[in-house]
Design a protein around this ligand. Sequence first.
Ligand SMILES: Cc1cc2nc3c(=O)[nH]c(=O)nc-3n(C[C@H](O)[C@H](O)[C@H](O)COP(=O)(O)O)c2cc1C
Length: 136
Amino acid sequence: MNTAILFTTKHGTAAKCAGIIRDKAEEKIEVVNLMETQDFSVEPFDKVILGSSVYVGKIQPEMTVFCKKNKQELLTKELGLFICSGDHGEAGRGYLKLFGEELHKHAVSKKLFGDEIYWGKLNFMEKLAMRIIKKT
Ligand SMILES: Cc1cc2nc3c(=O)[nH]c(=O)nc-3n(C[C@H](O)[C@H](O)[C@H](O)COP(=O)(O)O)c2cc1C
């Protein structure tokens, strides 16, 4: 079965997760960064995995746009979703709906992959937001 993983990321966690899935899989998997290309067709693939990270309650707009544009095609695929977020509880599970209610309902696998924080890459406001989220 043909599989594609499409991800969006700001600082690299979701990209790392996509790479880990690809490296662990026994079949060949195509990995695509939607921040770099929006012109990707999922048509040839049987399975599609969508992964994004969350900033201030939202996934990257590139993923939102892609999901809206390709919704009908994605609904014909075996679909997996993953989220990288600081919240691993109720709010985290809610973020999985940010791909769209229909895609969320259709997906056979929905996972929270946790988070990484690259403090060196964050600006002052981002560090402040992160400290509030992490309550540290
Ligand atoms: C400024 C900022 C805002 C964030 N907002 C949220 C949030 O609203 N909810 C959450 O659960 N995690 C939040 N996080 C945590 C990120 O989702 C987490 O660090 C994730 O691993 C980042 O993934 P990326 O490197 O693929 O972009 C935030 C992180 C930063 C730096």
